[in-house]
Design a protein around this ligand. Structure first.
Ligand SMILES: O=C(O)CCC(=O)C(=O)O
Length: 268
């Protein structure tokens, strides 16, 4: 099935071998350095809270001694074959939101939980439901190790929950968020493949089938008043850096939005 059609129907698309081996190796080297730095400060929390991800990998705190590496990382995660494909699928106006790295929890006592990404924000569920078809918030998963690491419920990007989905996702009426959901499908990915999925579709990780997991997710999307407030200026390239990034369209737009937010904050 054509990629755009697949995304429109199911809320996700897998593109095999979009990236080349060299790109994956270069991304992996930088991600490993960032993860080690993060782990130095968050090792205890990782165990205590059974963390399954970290975010904001582009933050300057991870590039203190190597500023050119930050520019390189911004370039590596937004190569032209990816930005071109995303523009073909979703049109212009895509901006960069953030990055996340997903890994397995420290022990197998943590179970994967169904969710829509914004359910952990302060935005009411009813507002999210109402805006579902106006919000474009995407994850681009770049697996750095082969994984069967994510389960999605196809079609839930264009409709809100069934009664069971709502009960499970929000743990209502005696349900728990790790129950099996009808229609859930596990996605199998190899390094070099990418998975594009809607952040607001119902999804969960899978920790049990993968001995080790290391999946870099780029979070991107279109401007929407409910999303703009989440943009963190610190994770974006600064003015000097942005000039050095050859394919910088996602970052330029994100910076515009972040600067507008900042100006509004100062005004108020
Ligand atoms: O891969 C995972 O562990 C979970 C992914 C997820 O929940 C997300 O991308 O929001």
């Amino acid at each position: 099935m054509e990629i755009s059609k697949q995304y429109a129907e199911r809320g996700y698309a897998v593109i095999k071998k979009l990236l080349n081996q060299d790109e994956i190796e270069k991304i992996t080297i930088i991600v490993d350095l960032i993860y080690d730095r993060w782990l130095n400060e968050n090792g205890d929390a990782l165990i205590e809270h059974q963390l399954i991800n970290m975010h904001s990998l582009t933050h300057p705190r991870y590039f203190k001694n190597n500023k050119s590496e930050r520019i390189k990382f911004f370039e590596l995660i937004a190569p032209e074959q990816l930005t071109d494909l995303i523009e073909k699928m979703f049109g212009k106006g895509i901006n960069f939101h953030n990055t996340q790295l997903f890994f397995n929890p420290y022990t197998n006592t943590k179970t994967p939980y169904w969710h829509r990404d914004l359910q952990y924000s302060l935005i009411e569920d009813s507002i999210q439901a109402q805006e579902q078809n106006n919000i474009l918030s995407l994850h681009i998963r770049i697996p750095l190790i082969a994984e069967k690491g994510i389960e999605l419920v196809p079609g839930t990007h264009k409709r809100w929950d069934s009664e069971l989905e709502r009960n499970v996702r929000l743990e209502l009426n005696g349900h728990i968020n790790s129950e099996k959901l009808p229609g859930g499908i596990l996605i199998e990915l190899e390094p070099r493949d990418i998975l594009i999925f809607n952040a607001q579709m119902i999804h969960r990780g899978n920790y049990g089938l993968n001995k080790v997991r290391k999946a870099l997710d780029l979070c991107i999307g279109k401007q929407h008043h409910l999303l703009s407030g989440f943009l963190d200026r610190d994770i974006l390239p600064n003015d000097d850096e942005i000039r050095c990034i050859s394919n910088n369209q996602w970052y330029v737009l994100a910076k515009d939005i972040a600067d507008q937010n900042f100006a509004k904050e100062i005004e108020n």
